[in-house]
Write a protein that binds this ligand. Structure first.
Ligand SMILES: *[C@@H]1O[C@H](CO)[C@@H](O)[C@H](O)[C@H]1NC(C)=O
Ligand SMILES: *[C@@H]1O[C@H](CO)[C@@H](O)[C@H](O)[C@H]1NC(C)=O
Ligand SMILES: *[C@@H]1O[C@H](CO)[C@@H](O)[C@H](O)[C@H]1NC(C)=O
Ligand SMILES: *[C@@H]1O[C@H](CO)[C@@H](O)[C@H](O)[C@H]1NC(C)=O
Ligand SMILES: *[C@@H]1O[C@H](CO)[C@@H](O)[C@H](O)[C@H]1NC(C)=O
Ligand SMILES: [Zn+2]
Length: 296
């Protein structure tokens, strides 16, 4: 069954599962971007407002799921939402792992983050600006910061980041990928936040501010003063996928309170971290220093 047709089979399965591989559900992406909005510098906030489409009404979070909405029109973008590792490999290697399902190098979330960062860095340089649609670049970048923090977007290739692992979430059939995209967040909203997303975001914000996450003050920093460091984010997610997402999960298992309550803190940290890092990166991209460099 794993004969010469497996390439085609993989592609077919890949297409079938496209809806499931597109990252945090709308709530997760909204939360990440809403948290980021709270940490934007004045310069970055101005640039973001200028680049947002009119439909966003000045709210970045409202368009952070846009790359999922346009997936049918922009088929080329499907592989940019994730970067899986070989099966049971728990470290991320960009050279090995950044490719699309047909093996094309650089077609994955880490390179997409570099790509859209570079495009947005041309914001202060009108000649570069005209080459790219920076409104789209901003919406892609903000979305991919969410995706690179969803551990199962750096899951195993063989099970499509958990998409092929059927599980039961309480009384409902689903798969492990969706548990991490949506179900944990949805259950948290119902159980703890009266189904109010703003209230969950407020709580995450408070946790960042009050030191509940012990290392939040260092989240925004990249090694060597880099503007963005997606390989580091992906490496952390790979470790997280092995340690928390896949652990104690077998196909057909019913996941309930024990899995929910032990994994929710991981999901909360990832949402908060994605938001803080997105803001820190946008602040660097749109900083006055970046403007000086662009003008030289
Ligand atoms: C970079 O951005 C351009 C414009 O959206 C897109 O055509 C290209 O596929 C992107 N490449 C990657 C690796 O993100
Ligand atoms: C840039 O992209 C947005 C979103 O796809 C689109 O609405 C807008 O028309 C594009 N702008 C240009 C100049 O093509
Ligand atoms: C199961 O699915 C039903 C119908 O969509 C939904 O109302 C319910 O909240 C789900 N249960 C859980 C625990 O997600
Ligand atoms: C949701 O929570 C926010 C923040 O705590 C609050 O301001 C808002 O009134 C709540 N909305 C509803 C419908 O309860
Ligand atoms: C990072 O940038 C700051 C300010 O621009 C500078 O003081 C520091 O030396 C730089 N660090 C490295 C490792 O390049
Ligand atoms: Zn996505």
């Amino acid at each position: 069954m794993y004969g010469s047709d497996s390439g085609l089979l993989r592609k077919l399965v890949f297409l079938l599962f496209i809806p499931g591989i597109l990252g945090w559900g709308p709530e997760g992406h909204y939360a990440t971007c809403k948290i980021a909005e709270g940490y934007l510098s004045e310069e970055a906030a101005v640039a973001v407002k200028e680049l947002l489409p009119e439909s966003a009404k000045g709210d970045l979070a409202s368009v952070c799921s846009w790359p999922d909405d346009i997936r049918k029109q922009y088929r080329w973008s499907a592989a940019l939402h994730f970067a899986d590792t070989p099966d049971y490999v728990c470290n991320f290697n960009d050279h090995r792992d950044c490719h699309d399902p047909s093996g094309s190098k650089g077609r994955c979330v880490t390179w997409a983050i570099f790509n859209y960062t570079k495009q947005l860095s041309g914001y202060h340089n009108p000649t570069l600006e005209s080459k790219y649609n920076l409104t789209e670049a901003l919406m892609f970048l903000s979305h991919f910061f969410g995706d690179v923090h969803q551990p199962l977007h750096m899951g195993y290739l063989g099970d499509y980041g958990g998409n092929l692992i059927a599980v039961q979430w309480y009384e409902n059939k689903t798969n492990l990928h969706r548990v991490w995209d949506d179900k944990i967040i949805e259950s948290a909203l119902k159980s703890f936040y009266n189904s109010n997303l703003s209230s969950m975001i407020k709580s995450l914000h408070q946790k960042i501010e009050t030191g509940w996450f012990n290392d939040a003050s260092s989240w925004g920093v990249c090694p060597n003063n880099e503007t963005v460091c997606p390989i580091q984010y992906a490496s952390e997610s790979t470790v997280c996928a092995c340690k928390y997402a896949y652990t104690n999960v077998t196909p057909g298992i019913t996941l309930g309170d024990e899995y929910f309550l032990s994994r929710l803190p991981v999901v909360e940290k990832k949402l908060a971290q994605g938001g803080v890092r997105l803001a820190a990166s946008l602040n660097r991209i749109f900083s006055p220093e970046a403007q000086l460099v662009a003008e030289c």
